[in-house]
Ligand binder design. Structure first.
Ligand code: NAD
Ligand code: UDP
Length: 312
């Protein structure tokens, strides 16, 4: 059945893929964004669709609309961007959640929160299960993002318990793909852009830290399946690819797939950079019948092809 769906942060990397997919499934989509890290270019191809609407708005301010579902994706995701104005990042996560939950309560919409594996901080449990409470430094450089997202999760659960709002919590693990911002400083985009430009590949620290990289189409599928679960299931649920790689391994894959002769150099490891990260996705398999389908090399090839079109 056709639904009216609000996607906050819809002009961003993940949000734009989600808007596209929801439109392709025949829904009406309203994309709300303040363009802090998102770009019109990400969604310009959707503007010709009469069922797509674009609104410039900041989620820290109240917003009113009638929709069936809300995907709350608005929040800068790259460390460079979320640390640029840490107070604003907290406001976006916390006040954004309050405003969107208040809207969901008023109009009786279902609402999904883009939470993050960063709620686990520098995890002492590996791989991370949803029952792990995390290891976050509340006053470190990543705290504005991690604690903002943790507080947003608390708000979602409270609105569910006190006001019966139908909520869904999705803990997203590192996601990559076309439309990542070339300058946003995340590792996949950095390495690909550096390789294509013949610049040095910058590994922070010794490169033995690990991440698990998920291709954006897999994430979008997981988000849609989570939204479709029954009202009694609120999560949180990990959505990520359990394939775990060191940053050295990632650099080598990018060099191989681009055929670049860039050199690998090492730079200081940022403070509080998590040493390891890998999702346990048993819950997603059980409740959503979901698992990622796109292996790292296949996703990297698609992402490299995209960056070739935008990087000079
Ligand atoms: P992104 O920076 O590309 O997209 C975020 C979007 O939100 C941008 O379009 C930005 O302009 C918009 N935005 C930021 N602050 C806003 C505000 N106050 N009001 C309205 N719009 C605002 O990042 P992304 O990678 O697409 O991430 C999307 C969501 O997924 C974020 O909530 C992020 O925390 C979450 N997430 C992403 C990853 C990842 O690996 N990409 C991992 C975990 C969680
Ligand atoms: N990283 C790196 N070189 C870069 C950018 C990042 O080695 O040019 C490392 C970073 O220190 C971290 C990992 O790659 O250990 C993932 O970083 P990203 O910012 O993509 O995501 P997050 O740390 O938020 O998971």
């Amino acid at each position: 059945m056709k639904k009216k769906i609000l996607v906050t942060g819809g002009a961003g990397f993940i949000g734009s893929h989600l808007c596209e997919r929801l439109l392709n499934e025949g829904n009406e989509v309203v994309c709300l964004d303040n363009y802090f890290t998102g770009q019109k270019e990400n969604i310009v191809h959707l503007l010709k669709n009469p069922y797509f609407e674009l609104i410039r708005h900041d989620v820290t301010m109240p917003f009113f609309i009638e929709v069936d579902e809300i995907y709350n994706m608005a929040c800068p995701a790259s460390p460079i961007h979320y640390q640029y104005n840490s107070i604003k990042t907290i406001k976006t996560s916390v006040m954004g959640a309050i405003n969107m939950l208040g809207l969901a309560k008023r109009i009786k919409a279902k609402i999904l929160q883009a939470s993050t594996s960063e709620v686990y901080g520098d995890p002492k449990v590996h791989p991370q299960t949803e029952s792990y409470w995390g290891n976050v430094n509340p006053i470190g450089p990543r705290a504005c993002y991690d604690e903002g997202k943790r507080c947003a999760e608390t708000l979602f659960v409270s609105y569910h318990q006190q006001n019966n709002v139908r909520v869904k919590l999705m803990r997203i693990f590192n996601t990559y793909g076309p439309r990542m911002h070339p300058n946003d400083g995340r590792v996949v985009s950095n390495f690909i852009v550096q390789a294509l430009q013949g610049k040095d590949i910058t590994i922070y620290g010794d490169g033995t830290q690990t991440r698990s990289f998920q291709y954006v189409d897999d994430l979008v599928e997981g988000a849609i399946r989570l939204m479709a679960t029954g009202d009694d299931f609120i999560g949180p649920v990990n959505i990520g690819n359990p394939g775990e790689f060191t940053m050295l391994e990632l650099a080598e894959k990018v060099l191989k797939l681009t055929g670049s002769s860039s050199k690998i150099i090492h730079m200081p490891l940022p403070a509080d950079d998590p040493l390891q990260r890998k999702p346990d996705i048993s819950l997603a398999k059980e409740k959503l019948n979901w698992e990622p389908l796109i292996p790292l090399e296949e996703g990297l090839i698609k992402t490299i092809d995209y960056f070739k079109t935008i990087v000079k």
